[in-house]
Design a protein around this ligand. Structure first.
Ligand SMILES: Nc1ncnc2c1ncn2[C@@H]1O[C@H](COP(=O)(O)OP(=O)(O)O)[C@@H](O)[C@H]1O
Ligand SMILES: [Mg+2]
Length: 264
C-alpha cells in the first residue's frame, strides 16, 4: 500500500501532492493519505508500506513520527535524507566529503572567523541553517552588514545572473529550470521567473546526480549556480517543488513510487 503525507503548503492552484496522486489514480494504483497529526507512531498498525512524504512541517512532531514509522516501512525520501537536506550545514558536510563542488563555506559561532572569511572573500552570503525559499539570505561585504546572531553559516558570494534547479529521481536528472530574478535570491518565492531547459547539459546533470547520491535521496531538487565552465551546488531539497519544469515530474514520480512499493 502507498501512503501519502500531503505537502502542508499545497493550495488548490499549486497542489504537488494532488498532481502525483492523480497519476497514481490514472494507473489504477491504490493509495491513501496519512495524516501525521493523527498517527500513533507506537501502535505498529502502519507496517510494510511505502510512505511518500511530499512535504513535512518543521514542527517537532511530524519528523519524529516519520522517523519512527521508518523502522517498519519504506519512507521516501528517507527521514535521514530529509533532515540532511533541511540543514545547510549537514548538506555542505556531505557535499565536501564526496568531493562535489560547492561554494567555500564556514559554519561558526565566532564573529572573528567571519571577519577572517571576509578577508579571503570580499563578498559573502549569510544563510539561516534551516532556511528555505530564499528566506533570510543576504549578501554582505563588511562585518557590519551581518544582521544575524550566531551560528553563522556564511558562504562565498558567487557572481551570477541566474541559478538552476535540477530535479533528480533515482540518481537521474530528469528536468531542469533556469531561474532569474531582480532580487539577490532567484527562488520562485522571491519573485524569480523559472523557465524550463529544453536539454539538461551533461555537466549539470552529472553534478546534480552526484549531489543527490551524496545526500542519499530517492528524488530531490538540486540548486546550482554556474561557475566557470561548470556548476557549483548550493543545496539539495528533499521535499522539492517542480514549478516551471517541462518534464512530466508527477508522472515520473508516480512511477518511481510504484516501483519502490513493488520491491517491498
Ligand atoms: N553563495 C551564493 N552566491 C550567490 N548567490 C547565492 C549564493 N547562495 C545562494 N544564492 C542565491 O540565493 C538563493 C537561495 O539559496 P539556497 O542556498 O538555495 O537557499 P534556500 O534554501 O533558501 O533556497 C539561490 O538560489 C541563489 O539565487
Ligand atoms: Mg534553494
Amino acid at each position: 500500500m502507498i501512503r501519502i503525507v500531503k505537502k502542508p503548503t499545497d493550495t488548490d492552484s499549486d497542489n504537488s501532492t494532488g498532481m502525483v496522486a492523480d497519476e497514481l489514480s490514472k494507473r489504477g494504483v491504490p493509495f491513501s493519505y496519512l495524516d501525521l497529526n493523527g498517527t500513533d507512531p507506537f501502535s505498529g498498525e502502519i507496517c510494510g508500506d511505502l510512505i511518500w512524504v511530499c512535504g513535512i512541517k518543521q514542527d517537532g512532531l511530524q519528523y519524529e513520527i516519520i522517523n519512527a514509522l521508518n523502522l517498519n516501512n519504506r519512507v521516501a525520501n528517507s527521514p535521514e535524507s530529509i533532515a540532511v537536506c533541511a540543514s545547510k550545514v549537514q548538506t555542505t558536510a556531505r557535499l565536501l566529503k564526496n568531493g562535489i563542488s560547492t561554494p567555500d563555506t564556514i559554519f561558526t559561532g565566532s564573529l572573528n572567523d567571519v571577519e577572517k572569511f571576509l578577508e579571503k572573500h570580499e563578498k559573502a552570503v549569510f544563510k539561516p541553517v534551516y532556511g528555505y525559499d530564499g528566506n533570510g539570505i543576504y549578501p554582505f561585504s563588511d562585518i557590519s552588514g551581518l544582521r544575524d546572531s550566531p551560528p553563522f553559516y556564511v558562504q562565498e558570494y558567487i557572481e551570477n545572473d541566474r541559478d538552476y534547479r535540477v530535479f533528480v529521481i533515482d540518481g537521474e536528472a530528469v528536468g531542469a529550470i533556469k531561474r532569474v530574478s531582480s532580487s539577490f535570491a532567484h527562488n520562485i518565492h522571491q519573485g524569480g521567473c523559472g523557465s524550463a531547459l529544453q536539454v539538461i547539459p551533461e555537466e549539470m546533470a552529472c553534478i546534480a546526480s552526484q549531489a543527490a547520491k551524496a545526500i542519499e535521496t530517492d528524488y530531490c531538487g538540486v540548486d546550482l549556480l554556474p561557475k566557470g565552465d561548470s556548476y557549483t551546488v548550493l543545496e539539495v531539497n528533499g521535499t522539492p517543488n517542480w514549478h516551471c519544469m517541462k518534464a512530466p515530474i508527477p508522472s515520473l514520480l508516480s512511477e518511481f513510487l510504484i516501483d519502490a512499493g513493488k520491491s517491498l
